[in-house]
Design a protein around this ligand. Sequence first.
Ligand SMILES: [Zn+2]
Length: 585
Amino acid sequence: MMPPTHPSLVPLPASPDDFRDATWDTLQRYYDQLAAVPLAAESGVVEPWLATWSRLDTLVSEAGTLAMIGYTANTADAAAEQAYLRFSMEIFPKVDEQQVRLARRLVDLGWSRPDLETTLRRFRSEIEIFREANVPRFAQLEELSAGYQKITGGLSVDWDGEPKTIPQLQPLLKSPDRAVRERAFRVGATAYLDKRDEFASLFDRMYALRVAVAREAGFADFQQYCFTAKHRFDYTPADTARFHDAVKATVTPAVERLMRHRREVLGVETLRPWDVGVDLNVQEPLRPFDTVDTFVGRAREIFDRVDPELGGQFRLMAKEQLLDLESRPGKAPGGYCTDLSFRGRPFIFMNAVGVPDDVNTLVHEAGHCFHDFSTHQLPLTWQRRCGHEAAELASMSMELLAMPYLVQPVGYYTPEQARAAWLEHLEDILSALVHIASVDAFQAWIYTSPEGGSAEARDRQWLRIRSDFETGVDWSGLERERVARWYRQLHIFELPFYYIEYGIAQLGALQVFRNAVRNPREAVAAYKRFLALGGTRPLPELYREAGASLVFDAATMGELVAFAEEQITLLRSGKPAPFQSVMPV
Ligand SMILES: [Zn+2]
């Protein structure tokens, strides 16, 4: 925790525990007091006022985070659920409104400081798009999102007389038995197709609200609105269109080559959608660890090798019980890294069962944690915040920086298993870029085409886009199943336009990885300098500090794809790939 650098202008509680049971009425008093402090640019009050506001923000935010951790750790606890809902539904939307109210005071003063330029820029755009009339529209969108979650959460399929959830079909899609894979694929797609009309009408209502939100705020369309709302100051819709074209020109053919190789190894006439998940490189599924102790212990060794300081931070998290990793009955599904912003510590939540995905998740989330540790050195909460493009650069780079150490004696795998895990990771990166670009291109079309409001036109357009981006797999006779894929993409429903960030960050992470192959020490040092900047610089500068750039063009993207393919080819042939040279002897 950083000591407050200024005396508090408003008396605040000493810890987030005092806000544990707070209702909005309690909290509003603090914001009203802050709003009433007389401010003048030259008075010397602005900095203590900002420090007080920041401290209040971290107190409320940590109280809400603790409520979320409490609920996700035990979803059967009704009191924990109540507390979580009070923060997420009642308190945080109001805090957002207060943020705009107080930000307006600051912006109106015309006051600035170099390390707060990016904060002020974000404040200005939040003020610019805020409309009282949109508040109820966002509340309705929240309800519709909950409706989507309800339908998808309730999906269940019959498997030999046993009910299975969609995630439970995942291992079956990796089965060496092709007939099992096909059946798993078909029942999974059918579960979504059976609800297609419900999903489509839900989306119709979301679409209408989003169009209204954009119009109310004076934007030409919802894509333009989202670029401002998401603080995308450094790239435009035209850049993302270039990104789509570059993926089509460079990644799509590379994935087609991967698929050709897969078809040959599997020895099948044509590669069908149920053939893409099965592991080509190992017979037995990998079991990287049996106990949480081994899981954490090996991770500690891995991070120590990447960088002793980062390793020390991970050790601290283990010591302070900031890791809730093992799957237990009652725990919410999925995984996340969150930030206890008052005490300045990150926290990892996940559901580990001993599969390779658990290793990937832990290393990814740890990348977010290292970012949090580093940015907590910055005095004000807004300086620590950056967009997803930078946040995911931290986590995706860590996945690649940690890769050489996944092998024993440091990591989890025998050399043969490590080779399979590395191949899968690198191939997934390329396939994911194709998926990301098609999801983004589809959303751009929905919100800028006159036909975006038509359910039939959306399905047709998805098929068109998907067949442009995703080649090498034979989907003939499976058009409806292919359509079902977009209904599964929750971002399109709940978090519109939040997706290309992953692609931008993945291409940044590949650059960090390429730098590490050439000079690991310098690449990690640059990565740490990037972490320390938080959100205090514009996005291109953050990337530059990490030794990377924002990539939207085919030439640069093509070089990175070639780099990834080179590692894949060497790994397949059994020869050491260049990145392995970083390995400890
Ligand atoms: Zn992430």
